[in-house]
Design a protein around this ligand. Structure first.
Ligand SMILES: [Fe+2]
Length: 324
C-alpha cells in the first residue's frame, strides 16, 4: 500500500513550533486525565457519561432476562455492504470514479467476530482509498493491540491504491495514533494531506475526535484547508457546519452507530451528538457540502444491535451534477 505524505501540518502549534504532534499529545492527555468531555460548545463533567453507561448496563441485563441478548448479537453480526455514488461539480476529472472504502467505529476489541464478517463482505473489493473514521478501539483502557491487530487482519487482503488514512474517535486513547502508524496507516490529527492524480489533487483533512477531545486546532485545520476539492474526515458530524463554511465538498463520519439500539422502523433513541444533529445517520447536506454518517461496522461495549444494521461502505466520487 502507498503511504501518503502530509503536505502541511495544521495543528495547534504556534508558528515556529516544529513539534505540533507533541503539543497535541500533551493537550489530549490532559483531557484524558481530566475525564471531562470537551466538545466545541461546552465542557461536560464525567457524570453524564457514567449515567449513560449505567443505563446501557441495565438495558443489557434486561435484554438477557427477556431472552433478547442472542438476537441482538446476531443483529450486530449481520453487517450490510453499502454502495453509494456522490456527484460533485467541482471534482477534478482525474478523480471521476475514485472509490473510497469507508469504515467507522470498528471497535473490534468488543466483537472480534466482525473481522471475518467484514472480510467476507469485502473479499473482492478494490478501492482507491480506505478511510477509517475513528473508534478503532472500544474499551478505552484495553491494550491497543486488541483492536489494531484485528483491524490489520481485516484490511490485509483489500487492495487500496492510495493506502489507508485514519483518524481517532472518542474511544481511542492518544497512543492509538502511533499504533495505527506502526500498522502502516496514515493518521491525520488536525492535519491535511493531498492525493494526486495526473496533475490534479484532492485534499484530505482529518481531525482528532471533537465529541470528547475538542481543541481549537480542529476548527483551525478546517478553516485553513488548502485550495482544492476537500474531503473532511471527522469522527462525528459535530463539525459539519464549520467544514461546510470552510468549503469542503464531502464529509465522512460515524460515531452514532446509526443509533445501534433503535425503535422499530429504525428510529434512534441515542445519537450522542452535541450539535449538528442533522448528521445522525446516512446521507445529509450542510450547505453545499455532502455528508455521510456510517452506521459503523462495530458496536461499543454493548455488543447488541436492534433495528439498525452495521455497515461497510464503498462510495464512488463522480464528477457532475447530482440528480435531486
Ligand atoms: Fe463508536
Amino acid at each position: 500500500m502507498n503511504i501518503m505524505v502530509p503536505i502541511r501540518q495544521l495543528s495547534a502549534a504556534p508558528p515556529g513550533d516544529a513539534d505540533a504532534r507533541g503539543l497535541w499529545r500533551e493537550r489530549r492527555r490532559a483531557i484524558e486525565r481530566s475525564n471531562n468531555h470537551v466538545s466545541p460548545d461546552q465542557i461536560r463533567k464525567p457524570l453524564e457519561g457514567r449515567i449513560f453507561t449505567a443505563g446501557i448496563t441495565v438495558f443489557c441485563w434486561f435484554a438477557r432476562l427477556l431472552g433478547l441478548h442472542a438476537r441482538g448479537l446476531r443483529n450486530a453480526l449481520a453487517v450490510q455492504f453499502v454502495e453509494r455514488d456522490f456527484f460533485f461539480a467541482d471534482l477534478p476529472r482525474a478523480f471521476d470514479g475514485y472509490r473510497i472504502l469507508h469504515l467507522s467505529d470498528t471497535h473490534l476489541d468488543c466483537l472480534p467476530e466482525l473481522v471475518d464478517v467484514a472480510r467476507g463482505l469485502l473479499a473482492n473489493v478494490a478501492v482507491d482509498l480506505i478511510a477509517v473514521t475513528g473508534d478503532i478501539h472500544g474499551a478505552f483502557h484495553a491494550p491497543l493491540a486488541s483492536s489494531v491487530t484485528p483491524l490489520k487482519a481485516l484490511l490485509q487482503d483489500i487492495h487500496s491504491r492510495d493506502g489507508v488514512v485514519a483518524i481517532l474517535g472518542n474511544h481511542d486513547p492518544v497512543g492509538m495514533a502511533e499504533a495505527l502508524e506502526h500498522a502502516g496507516m496514515m493518521v491525520l490529527v488536525n492535519e491535511s494531506t493531498a492525493i494526486e492524480r495526473d496533475g490534479s489533487k484532492i485534499i484530505l483533512t482529518g481531525l482528532d475526535d471533537v465529541h470528547r477531545f475538542y481543541t481549537a486546532a480542529a476548527k483551525r485545520a478546517l478553516a485553513e484547508k488548502p485550495e482544492g476539492f476537500g474531503l473532511a474526515l471527522v469522527h462525528s458530524a459535530e463539525m459539519a457546519d464549520y467544514a461546510a463554511e470552510a468549503g469542503f465538498s464531502l464529509y465522512l463520519c460515524g460515531h452514532t452507530h446509526g443509533g445501534q439500539i433503535c425503535l422499530p422502523g429504525g428510529r434512534s433513541i441515542f445519537t450522542r451528538l452535541r450539535r449538528c444533529h442533522f448528521g445522525a445517520r446516512g446521507e445529509w447536506r450542510a450547505g453545499k457540502m455532502i455528508g455521510y454518517t456510517s452506521n459503523g461496522l462495530g458496536v461499543g461495549e454493548v455488543p447488541l444491535r436492534f433495528n439498525c444494521q452495521g455497515e461497510v461502505t464503498v462510495m464512488t466520487l463522480r464528477r457532475g451534477k447530482a440528480e435531486v
